[in-house]
Design a protein around this ligand. Structure first.
Ligand code: FAD
Length: 563
């Protein structure tokens, strides 16, 4: 069989390598229009901080390696410019010589990726000091410009994971970075409440975070925003999203789906059965919503590549759709998410609830222990797990991977509660945060207690609600909610007469565990109007901090305490 592959990176190289593993006799040719195949796109930003000192290290395998190790003919600087799906050949342009030639195929796989969006409405968008980060050539160009022009202050446009990683690495390189984002938050897969922790981290590390701002023009070392603000920026990195690369597909009559990406069936075949497509360029189905969507991530691209190559040789895979698991490292924080967030649950009409928890990532006697801020989203009343978000200094990705596995298996809170996960003091708690959170969610689902969220607390304070802080007195003295009454857990049984029965009472502690215990005790004593502030004081401090600092609004805590 003669197999041609368009695109020589995540999806393309994986199709080619898998085809070779299946059949030593097939001829496999991989075309890449850039000068490199098989480079680590995901590591590109780390060249800017010098963590990856030499950009050559980003290239994982040269064409000669593909030839010698896999007998794959990897042709760089060769762009596939046309496909004849009826006569089954492609036209290839050698970008170094301009010469064009044709190559026939039995099977063709497209993995052309996605292009970085450069909004045409922005004046100056194509100027020499405006960059994108998609490949090794881009990152070399950007780094060279920074060094040659001794750039000290710049703007990154877009608060998705590429924008944030570029931002972090430039800050680490000592640059002043303005991060401009049109939405009211960075990292859209996270919910607004959780993302406040990330906003705080960026703010604390000196990033000038400009939310709800759009770039109008770039000129004379400045970026002009639609709010009228002007930002000094010797250069601009555009990371305002990606668009599926569909030019070639459209040109030969390959159908696109409703999202504008290439339409494929469950086996990644296009409307021409001998032409497959995988990766950022294709439309995928969300496992939970059943809706068509796009997902530009490396893991799905590689999975799809293997399935496409297998199908060429007659083997089908179960295609379960995607759930969108992703993670990012940002200064001292790790951030991960999977499945649906609240915005999506609302958009797609899920009946859902959420629960927050804060538990140590390991036993508190072990040096380096740090909290994991965890949010679990589940369906009501089935308890089916729909999504999760986790932020902390420790292994949040491991916890989100557990949730991703549960979602993949259509698991519920009952499954999550019962999951037997490995434990030793260095790694987790005997009942890990994911088990603990499932228990809290089950308690909520079974109406064992009621909760409000930290995002509700400002409103409660403003209306003079009865808020009880059950932390000990010394903790209370180090910062508390304005107007809260301190009845420490250790004194609660002797001070029951201080808790009203004729109005709602909102209880919290540092992380909700003590408050929950107190609520259960009080409920058995006949108190029935109690609410736990889910996330409690620690969650509240993180939730409020960034907006307090940047908007000058009144604080609802007497003092932040992040410990
Ligand atoms: P690509 O890997 O982009 O490969 C497409 C290739 O096709 C390109 O090199 C292009 O030049 C070539 N091509 C296009 N058209 C033609 C043509 N006509 N002829 C010849 N060649 C052509 N994902 C994660 O999961 N985690 C991360 O941490 C992460 N970080 C990232 C950081 C950065 C800076 C970037 C840019 C991406 C990151 N991604 C990450 C996304 C991930 O890299 C992509 O989802 C993945 O590479 C998609 O694979 P692909 O094969 O579809 O496209």
């Amino acid at each position: 069989m003669k197999i041609l592959v368009v695109g020589g990176v995540a999806g393309g190289a994986s199709v080619a390598a898998r085809a070779r593993r299946i059949d030593e006799n097939s001829q496999v040719i991989m075309f890449e229009r850039g000068p490199h195949v098989s480079f680590s796109n995901c590591s590109l930003p780390y060249h800017l901080s010098g963590m990856i000192a030499d950009s050559a290290e980003l290239v994982l395998m040269e064409p000669i390696g593909f030839l010698k190790k896999f007998n794959i003919d990897a042709r760089v600087n060769q762009e596939v410019v046309a496909i004849d799906p009826i006569k089954k050949f492609v036209t290839v342009k050698n970008l170094l010589t301009g010469e064009e030639y044709q190559e026939s195929y039995d099977k063709l796989a497209l993995s052309p990726g996605a292009e970085a969006v450069r909004p045409g409405v922005i004046e100056g968008i194509n100027d020499d000091n405006v960059f994108v980060v998609k490949n090794v050539v881009d990152i070399d160009k950007l780094q060279r410009y920074i060094v040659q022009n001794d750039v000290t202050e710049l703007a990154v446009v877009g608060g998705g994971f590429i924008g944030l990683e570029v931002c972090e690495n430039l800050v680490k390189a000592g640059k002043k970075v303005h991060l401009i984002e049109a939405l009211d938050q960075v990292m859209n897969p996270l919910d607004y409440d959780m993302v406040q922790l990330l906003h705080k981290e960026m703010y604390d590390n000196g990033v000038d975070l400009l939310l709800k701002e759009r770039v109008v023009s770039i000129k004379e070392g400045k970026v002009f925003l639609d709010s009228g603000k002007q930002i000094t920026a010797e250069l601009v990195v555009m990371a305002a999203g990606v668009r599926p690369e569909t030019t070639l597909a459209k040109q030969c009559g390959i159908e696109l789906g409703e999202t504008g990406a290439i339409l494929v069936n469950r086996n990644y075949q296009t409307n021409y059965p001998d032409i497959y497509a995988v990766g950022d360029a294709i439309e995928v189905t969300h496992k939970l919503t059943g809706k068509k969507t796009k997902l530009a991530l490396a893991g799905p691209a590689q999975r799809q590549a293997r399935a496409a190559a297998d199908h060429m040789f007659g083997k089908s895979h179960n295609n379960n759709g995607v759930i969108g698991s992703s993670c990012i490292h940002m200064f001292d924080l790790n951030v991960a998410n999977t499945g649906l967030n609240e915005k999506q649950c609302e958009q797609f009409g899920f009946n859902y609830d959420v629960v927050y928890s804060i538990f140590g990532d390991r036993v508190k006697l072990i040096p380096g222990v740090s909290p994991i801020f965890f949010k679990l989203i589940y369906e009501v009343p089935t308890g089916r797990v729909l999504g999760a978000q986790a932020i902390g200094k420790g292994a949040v990705d491991k916890r989100i991977d557990v949730i991703a596995t549960v979602i993949f298996m259509n698991g519920t809170l009952e499954h999550l509660k019962e999951l037997e996960l490995c434990y030793a003091p260095h790694f987790s708690l005997a009942r890990d945060v994911v088990n603990q959170t499932a228990l809290a969610a089950l308690n909520l689902l079974q109406n064992d207690f009621k909760q409000v969220r930290v995002s509700d607390v400002r409103g409660l304070v403003e209306k003079g609600a009865f808020i009880v802080d059950v932390r000990e007195e010394d903790e209370f003295a180090e910062g508390h909610i304005v107007g809260a009454k301190n009845i420490p857990m250790s004194q609660i049984r002797g001070r029951l007469d201080e808790i009203p029965r004729d109005q709602p009472v909102y209880l919290h502690c540092k992380s909700s565990q003590r408050a929950y215990n107190v609520i259960r005790a009080l409920q058995t004593l006949g108190f029935d109007n109690l609410y736990c502030i889910s996330g409690s004081f620690l969650g509240l401090c993180f939730h409020e901090y960034y907006l307090d600092q940047t908007t000058g609004r009144e604080m609802i805590v007497t003092k932040y305490n992040f410990n």
